[in-house]
Write a protein that binds this ligand. Structure first.
Ligand code: AR6
Length: 191
């Protein structure tokens, strides 16, 4: 069974197996979550990302895809970099946003992670509305964890009350009240 929950906080301080990074195709850093993760992880993360660009992704990581690296000084083992669709560039298809969450969890299982912290990919510089990200993220994670075993915890880590409220609402809508579906493979934790 996978616990899916939402929490207020900074993704760089999460004690989980893997954290998801809202990166860009270059994989070479940026602002927002990406900047915070690179700053907290230290230079080894950027070095690994550079190597990935030289080897596997010479043209950059495609939108909607995900790839894992080590985590440098972060209190987790892996960083899973994904690239959200950028609404400011006309990338408005929610299927691409859903792909970020699905691929990130797929990569998490591949490396052997069981607990994962996930930010609101797309809800910052890439211009998606909080409630749209929340809806897509919660549905995608629920469906993915219903279909595939391996993860025990997926924690959405949100910066700010507005985002937390949007995710709480989506959790309620998609998963029902806490504890309402004891037989499902996914559930919310008891309050
Ligand atoms: N922990 C958790 N959430 C955070 C943190 C943090 N430390 N910092 C910001 N957020 P964004 P995007 C929230 O812009 O929209 C970067 O420059 C933030 O409030 O990080 O996918 C990349 O390099 C927002 O709700 O990601 C790309 O160029 C959410 O994380 C571009 O931004 C996502 O905001 C990606 O844009």
């Amino acid at each position: 069974m996978t616990t899916i929950e939402a929490a207020l906080g900074d993704i760089t301080s999460q004690e989980v197996d893997a954290v998801v990074n809202a990166a860009n195709s270059s994989l070479l850093g940026g602002g927002g979550v990406d900047g915070a993760i690179h700053a907290a992880a230290g230079p080894s993360l950027l070095e690994e990302c550079r190597r990935l660009r030289e080897t596997t992704f010479p043209h950059g990581l495609p939108v909607g895809d995900a790839v894992a690296t080590g985590a440098g000084a972060l209190p987790c083992r892996w960083v899973i970099h994904t690239v959200g669709p950028n609404r400011h560039r006309g990338e408005t298809d929610p299927v691409l946003l859903a792909s970020c969450f699905r691929r990130s969890l797929g990569v998490a299982r591949q490396v052997g992670a069981r607990t994962v912290a996930v930010p609101a990919v797309g809800a910052g510089a890439y211009g998606w509305a909080a409630r749209d990200v929340a809806e897509v993220a919660v549905r995608t994670v629920r469906d993915d964890c219903d279909e595939r075993p391996g993860l025990t915890l997926v924690r959405f880590v949100l910066f700010g009350d507005r985002l937390l409220a949007a995710f709480e609402e989506a959790l309620e809508e998609v998963l029902g009240a806490p504890g309402a579906f004891p037989d499902r493979t996914t559930r919310r934790p008891e309050p």
